[in-house]
Design a protein around this ligand. Structure first.
Ligand code: ZN
Ligand code: ZN
Length: 290
């Protein structure tokens, strides 16, 4: 599959001359457009320069200002592309997600890095802008995902930590924010866990649990939040068990089971019910094993 996002490292198939991102076309033996055998792939610098100019001029939040010229259009934060008009940052993020889904991770990373850079620049003049902080936190989390997929755990952790730092500054009354923050913390925990640093993993899982517990106090009726708390309890308990703190671990698993047993879901919430049952099943097995 090719990414259908803005071209990244534009490349031309020889001999048919159809153009794709380098990472996208490298996976094919025949051209996905015309079916011709690909005998070689050549960089198309001219086309890439055009794409880059488009991005700089239209897709980035901040236009490169020429000294003395001020933007006069009231619409400078919007980009119009095909039939869609949206915030410039959001446009780049959407391009990045498209590339990410098609496994063109370098392309996604490059778009997200620009976006992060632009938001940081905007933040300089409005430091307390919560909307920008929340956007930056989300973009940094996605950059972490890119690095993790590329096998660069160290950079991934750096991005996730920074993401968590920005998101922690915000009032935790928005569930989407709670989700992004707690997931970023869990991802750091996972990477520490795989690295064998259980104490560090536990501290991140515990922070994620805290964020979710706090959120569930205000949103006790939101079933997905309750399931998230139970999942976090299980993560912490699992590390506790591996650290040899069996009684603490058992308490954690039991608390998680109680949360989920109390949770009653309506018939219209079938997929959540499935999640509830599968987590519950996992938790009960943890206690049966002993
Ligand atoms: Zn592509
Ligand atoms: Zn072709």
């Amino acid at each position: 599959m090719v990414c259908q996002a803005l071209l990244h490292e534009s490349s031309k198939c020889v001999p048919c001359s159809h153009k794709f991102c380098k990472a996208c076309i490298l996976r094919f033996k025949d051209c996905p457009l015309c079916g011709a055998d690909i005998e070689g792939i050549e960089p198309d610098d001219e086309l890439q320069a055009l794409v880059d100019r488009f991005i700089d001029g239209h897709a980035r939040i901040k236009r490169s200002h020429v000294a003395g010229t001020e933007e006069v259009t009231g619409d400078k934060n919007k980009v119009i592309y095909e039939d869609v008009s949206m915030e410039r940052g959001a446009f780049l993020v959407r391009q990045a997600m498209r590339a990410f889904r098609a496994h063109n991770i370098e392309s996604a990373k490059s778009r997200l890095s620009m976006c992060a850079e632009d938001i940081r620049e905007e933040l300089k003049s409005s430091q307390d802008n919560q909307e920008l902080c929340s956007q930056l936190g989300a973009v940094l989390g996605m950059l972490g995902d890119c690095c993790r997929t590329l096998g660069d755990a160290t950079s991934a952790i750096t991005y996730y930590e920074e993401s968590a730092e920005f998101l922690s500054k915000l009032p935790q009354n928005d569930l989407e924010l709670v989700h992004t923050l707690s997931v970023s913390l869990n991802k750091i925990g996972d990477l520490r866990y795989y690295d064998g640093d259980l104490h560090s993993a536990r501290s991140y899982y515990a922070r994620s649990l805290d964020v979710r517990r706090t959120a569930v106090i205000e949103h006790s009726a939101v079933a997905s939040q309750v399931i998230d708390v139970a999942t976090s309890l299980a993560k912490v308990a699992d590390v506790d068990r591996n650290l040899g703190n069996e009684s603490v671990a058992v308490e954690g698993f039991e608390e998680a089971i109680k949360c989920l047993e109390k949770l009653k879901l309506g018939s219209e919430e079938a997929s959540l019910e499935q999640r509830r049952l599968s987590v519950l099943d996992f938790l009960r097995k943890q206690l049966d094993d002993k």
